[in-house]
Design a protein around this ligand. Structure first.
Ligand SMILES: [Zn+2]
Length: 168
């Protein structure tokens, strides 16, 4: 969890990580300390009730990672758990890799999945799909680490906030 340690050294990430209301999803890249596989972590607010939907209807159990203070989930759950979080709690933070040099093009705007490494920080992600406009990114910031860059996006139901404005 070396990358997570580096992320948590950032004040804004630490604030998001320890917030008391909104689940935080963190997608870490594969690397030496994660056996080359990507890792999906979720940090939940103290209210234990919010934990229930984590495994709802699924065969596998989330694994508690004491060193991270978070649950480890199969990466294949990514979209469904974030969407569940938006349904149940109205919001989710999503921390993931970010490529500042990646221009925002069709592949971001017409994406189906939630993951987005594009320079728009999620502002235009999936914007082409009217039927997927139930949520939007309302806040986002960049977290440059030594070797990698990350983005932290706040997703909310559009009824409760406006899409973030980003100048490309
Ligand atoms: Zn984009």
């Amino acid at each position: 969890m070396q990358v997570l340690k580096q992320l948590l050294a950032n004040d804004r990430i630490q604030k998001v990580w320890n917030n008391a209301q909104i689940p935080v999803f963190c997608l870490l890249p594969g690397g030496a300390d994660t056996c080359a596989r990507r890792v999906l972590l979720v940090r939940l607010p103290p209210d234990a009730g919010t934990r229930v939907w984590l495994r709802a209807g699924r065969v596998r159990n989330p694994q508690w990672q004491p060193d991270a203070g978070a649950w480890r989930l199969p990466v294949s759950w990514l979209d469904s758990v974030i969407e569940q979080s938006l349904e149940d709690l109205g919001a989710a933070y999503f921390i993931h890799m970010y490529k500042p040099e990646q221009r925002c093009t069709h592949s971001c705007q017409t994406a189906r999945r939630l993951e987005c490494e594009c320079s728009c920080l999620g502002a235009y992600h999936r914007i082409a799909w009217k039927e997927l406009q139930t949520y939007g990114t309302t806040e986002g910031f960049k977290v440059p680490l030594v070797e990698l860059a990350f983005a932290c996006r706040k997703l909310v139901h559009l009824a409760s906030g406006d899409r973030m404005a980003v100048n490309l």
